[in-house]
Design a protein around this ligand. Structure first.
Ligand SMILES: Cc1cc2nc3c(=O)[nH]c(=O)nc-3n(C[C@H](O)[C@H](O)[C@H](O)COP(=O)(O)O)c2cc1C
Length: 170
C-alpha cells in the first residue's frame, strides 16, 4: 500500500505493485519502484509518502517513509530515461493497455468502455506519455515482527546516509 497526502491535506492510500528495488543513486539507499499513470490523482499529491507492507508468511510489517520522485515523459537524465523505457518493457500487455485507455478516475458515460485493440498499443518497446515510474527513496523504516515476543525496530537515515536502528516497544 502506498499512502500519499493530497493538496487538501487528506490521507490517500492505494495498492500498487512492487516492481523491485532501484539503485539509481537517488541517495545511499535503493528505492522502492512502482509504476503509475501520469493522469492519476496521486500525481498531484505531496512527495513525502509511506509504503506499508505486510508479509503474511513471515508476519513482518514494514512501514517505509520516503521521498517520492516520478520519472515522467519529461525526464532528461539518461539514467532516468533508460529506467522508464526498461521498466515499460517488463509490463504485461494487459497492464500496458491501461496506459492507452481513458484517464483513471474519469467519469464513465453510458457507452461501455471499449478496450483498445492490440494493434492500437503502438510501439510496445517505447512507453506512452501516460507511463510513469515512481521511486520512493526511504528515510525511515518502522519494522514490526509479530512473533513472541514481538519485535519492533525503527531505522532512521542520518545526514551522511548511514542508517541508525533502535529497538522500541511494539
Ligand atoms: C492488486 C492491485 C494492484 C494495483 N497496482 C497498481 C500499480 O502498480 N500502479 C497504480 O498506479 N495503480 C495500481 N492499482 C490501482 C490503485 O490502487 C489505484 O486505484 C489507482 O492507482 C488510482 O489511485 P489514485 O487515484 O490515488 O491516483 C492497483 C490496484 C490493485 C487492487
Amino acid at each position: 500500500q502506498l499512502a500519499t497526502v493530497s493538496k487538501e491535506g487528506h490521507a490517500k492510500v492505494r495498492t500498487v505493485v512492487f516492481r523491485g528495488w532501484s539503485d539509481l543513486d537517488l541517495s545511499s539507499s535503493e528505492a522502492f519502484k512502482f509504476i503509475t499513470d501520469l493522469r492519476s490523482e496521486k500525481m498531484s499529491h505531496g512527495n513525502i509518502v509511506e509504503v506499508c507492507w505486510y508479509l503474511t508468511e513471515t508476519r513482518e510489517q514494514f512501514r517505509i517513509a520516503g521521498n517520492l520522485m516520478y520519472i515522467t515523459k519529461d525526464a532528461k537524465e539518461e539514467k532516468f530515461v533508460n529506467e522508464r523505457i526498461s521498466t515499460w518493457k517488463t509490463v504485461s500487455e494487459a497492464s500496458q493497455r491501461s496506459y492507452f485507455s481513458p484517464a483513471p478516475g474519469q467519469i464513465v458515460d453510458q457507452t461501455p468502455l471499449v478496450e483498445p485493440a492490440a494493434g492500437a498499443l503502438g510501439n510496445q518497446s517505447f512507453p506512452p506519455d501516460s507511463f510513469v515510474v515512481g521511486l520512493v527513496d526511504p528515510f525511515k523504516i518502522d519494522y514490526l515482527h509479530l512473533r513472541s515476543p514481538q519485535v519492533r525496530k525503527i531505522w532512521t537515515k542520518k545526514e551522511q546516509g548511514e542508517w541508525e536502528g533502535q529497538n522500541v516497544n511494539p
